[in-house]
Design a protein around this ligand. Sequence first.
Ligand SMILES: Nc1nc2c(ncn2[C@@H]2O[C@H](COP(=O)(O)OP(=O)(O)OP(=O)(O)O)[C@@H](O)[C@H]2O)c(=O)[nH]1
Length: 355
Amino acid sequence: MTHRAVLRPSAGKTPATVITGFLGAGKTTLIRSLLEQAGGRRLALIINEFGDVGIDGEILRACGDPTCTEDDVIELANGCLCCTVADDFVPAIEKLLSRPQPPEHIIIETSGLALPKPLVQAFHWPAIKTRVTVDGVVAVVDAAAAAEGRFAPDPTALAAQAAEAGQLDHETPVEEVFEDQLLCADLIVVNKTDLVDAADLAKVEDLIRAAMAEGGTGREAKILRASNGKVDPVVLLGVGAGAEDDLANRPSHHDEEEGHDHDDFTSFVVELGPQPDPAALAKTLERVAAAHGVLRLKGFIDVPGKPMRLLVQGVGTRIQTHFDRFWKPDEPRRSRLVVIGETGLDRDAVTAALG
Ligand SMILES: Nc1nc2c(ncn2[C@@H]2O[C@H](COP(=O)(O)OP(=O)(O)OP(=O)(O)O)[C@@H](O)[C@H]2O)c(=O)[nH]1
């Protein structure tokens, strides 16, 4: 008797995982943890950031992980992936696939402000359609920020309102992006569980389920909990969704618009000069972020007398700093921070307050 193998549509295709999640949720941290647990599997990364200076690629390269060489990280700086599909994204995928040792899995980190659905749609482009499949879309959620009501006015009220009315009045730009990312996801990683108690964690998971129900995905959210992005790579990279063929179940605000604009958010770079006192700098950043509603701050700082550069990470008003690697001999010791906020963020005032 002959046995004929049944080929699934995704058979033979390189799997890709799209990692989405709002600014500062922990996407880069999660990818770094994945790299540490890669176990020899060849992973390649495509990173897209909002803002002119790529920080995430720098952070990942600085991790010193042997599975993550310069060639394995492709940065598509500044811009909305879905608007630059032909020019940037598809060629980046083709370049990876044509390498002598092509990756076994491609991981794509979207910017924290990206709507992921148009990116998943891009996998229908003829040049890559037959060669790559979206194994899964993973949305990372900052549990602390969600519990504080940063993505919906009040999580409990939101859940009750959604259950009763099935509809909600919309919606700030931040809420819109957050919801879009959830609605496209196969897997939701509730990250930063170390920063919340059990009651807040339950509240956040209710909020996620309510947003999914209200958005009309018709799918159950698969929710995992994590701290510092630590998730079993087998689960994360083995979803098997073929998401590009399941777009109808992933409603998006992008569907409602003719194209979409990028006017809701803004970003700029502030040059600070050397900073002798990291603790004082962190206090200043916290104050400025609170006063001006800064959503995200990140960059590297020159601390005179220190051989290493200081990585600064701000998510809302939560500021973290640590020395991440030695300055290279030929590298200018600059202090630069990328600042991201909603449109209207007062660039001059923020620059003056930090400068
Ligand atoms: N306490 C705590 N901090 C975390 C956790 N995960 C990430 N962080 C911190 O949160 C900050 C942002 O993390 P990133 O991984 O850079 O977030 P991101 O989603 O890649 O950020 P963008 O690319 O700017 O949108 C960093 O300071 C991380 O160290 C966590 O589980 N717990």
